[in-house]
Design a protein. Sequence first.
Length: 165
Amino acid sequence: MKYKFCPLCGRELEEKYSWDEGGVPYCLHDDLMFFDTPKPCIMVAIIKEDEILLLKQSYIYENSKVLLSGYVGNNETAEEAVYREVKEEAGIEINNITYLGSDYVKDKEILMITFVADFVSGQIKKSNEVEGMGWSKLSNALNEMKEDIIGTKVVEKVLNVKSRR
Ligand SMILES: [Zn+2]
């Protein structure tokens, strides 16, 4: 998002030249530059033997299931966000989180940082924010998440890694 007004003091921003970024919106009052940066989000494929955790969120995709995802908070790493979101949304314990690459969600200005992790313990206790959640066969996951392009790419990477073992 390109800032026009200072989110701290509300004054109109002017353009200040930054040697590596060109013109950047700048607040003279707060002496701060507001870079046009994406919002970091995490997405994680949680694997339990031959199953994967899938969520149903009809407001995102009416006919597809999705992987667990959430925004990275201030003062936390992407990995910490993964553990926190999994605990909050699914109520389960995971470990062995492995980075799978990042993706950009154009319309939403989101930088999606993707991971795979292993289920450790716990019964699924979904948060009220989640419509549905459960274990699906990993071999059938791609059929259940057709509309979720980024999630599909993540599952394809997981399947590739598994087939090489
Ligand atoms: Zn300001």
